[in-house]
Design a protein around this ligand. Structure first.
Ligand code: ADP
Ligand code: MG
Length: 241
């Protein structure tokens, strides 16, 4: 297992968002999280990346207990890439500088090495000629692909993708989905929150339906979408498909 979440609890005031949630993700596996808006998908991803503190439970990454208070959180975050719906690129920095900022400034990697690796990744995703551009000269799809590259330069063990196509115009969604499918082909372990069931169906090995702060039901996409066992899963799918 790359990721193992046990009994996760997360509350915001009176709002119990995660309520004893368990989730295991194996190496090379792609897991899609689906569920109603507000069901806690983003919160779960943020907890895994240690951006939110959990109120109970444990998270293990590669066998290491990362929610242990003694753990070096920066070191852990280097091993987990996360990409959000809004690409969050710095507008005043070139594509290359956006990608190398954290490796060089935070993780103290030699600038030349970081730049070389960034260029290699950009080439792999067809953006080699954009290294010197500023984000506003790129389409939304290109910007989101740069944001994904930025999450990949540390060679993370796990990539978390939170609704990464939601802010894109429909005609730009495809290039980002293709990139994610390519990453899957290269064996990247990913957990992605999405409300695009078609995408979840194509790319995910397993789909988890989050409801009531837990994984209520999970299974291969064909099973979960085609023949859900739980009435609440059926209700949810009937509403959105
Ligand atoms: P989803 O991604 O599935 O739409 P979220 O994880 O964003 O759901 O939100 C789950 C619940 O947690 C919502 O009720 C939301 O309002 C609440 N929530 C999320 N982040 C915060 C926060 N920082 N402070 C207070 N409430 C929050
Ligand atoms: Mg969300």
């Amino acid at each position: 297992m790359i990721l193992s979440c046990r009994g996760l609890r997360k509350v915001f005031g009176p709002n119990v968002v995660l309520d004893g949630l368990d989730l295991e993700v194996a190496e090379h596996e792609v897991v899609a999280l689906i569920g109603a808006s507000g069901s806690g998908k983003s919160t779960l991803l943020r907890c895994v990346n240690l951006l939110e503190e959990i109120d109970d439970g444990t998270i293990h990454l590669d066998g290491q207990h990362i929610t242990d208070p003694r753990v070096n959180q920066d070191k852990v975050r280097q091993r987990i890439g996360i990409v959000f719906q809004s690409y969050n690129l710095f507008p005043h920095m070139t594509v290359l500088d956006n990608i190398t900022l954290a490796p060089v400034r935070v993780h103290k990697r030699p600038a030349k090495q970081a730049a070389a690796q960034a260029r290699e990744w950009l080439a792999r995703v067809g953006l080699a000629d954009k290294a010197g551009e500023y984000p506003d000269r790129l389409s939304g799809g290109q910007q989101q692909r740069v944001a994904i590259v930025r999450a990949l330069v540390n060679s993370p063990r796990l990539l978390l993708l939170d609704e990464v196509t939601s802010a894109l115009d429909p005609e730009l969604v495809g290039e980002v989905l293709t990139m994610i499918r390519d990453l899957k082909g290269e064996g990247m372990t990913m957990v992605l929150a999405t409300h695009e069931m078609g995408f979840a169906r194509q790319v995910a090995d397993r789909v988890c339906f989050i409801d009531g702060g837990r994984v209520l039901e999970q299974g291969p996409p064909d099973q979960l979408f085609g023949d859900p066992a739980e009435p609440r899963t059926r209700q949810f799918l009937a509403r959105i498909i």
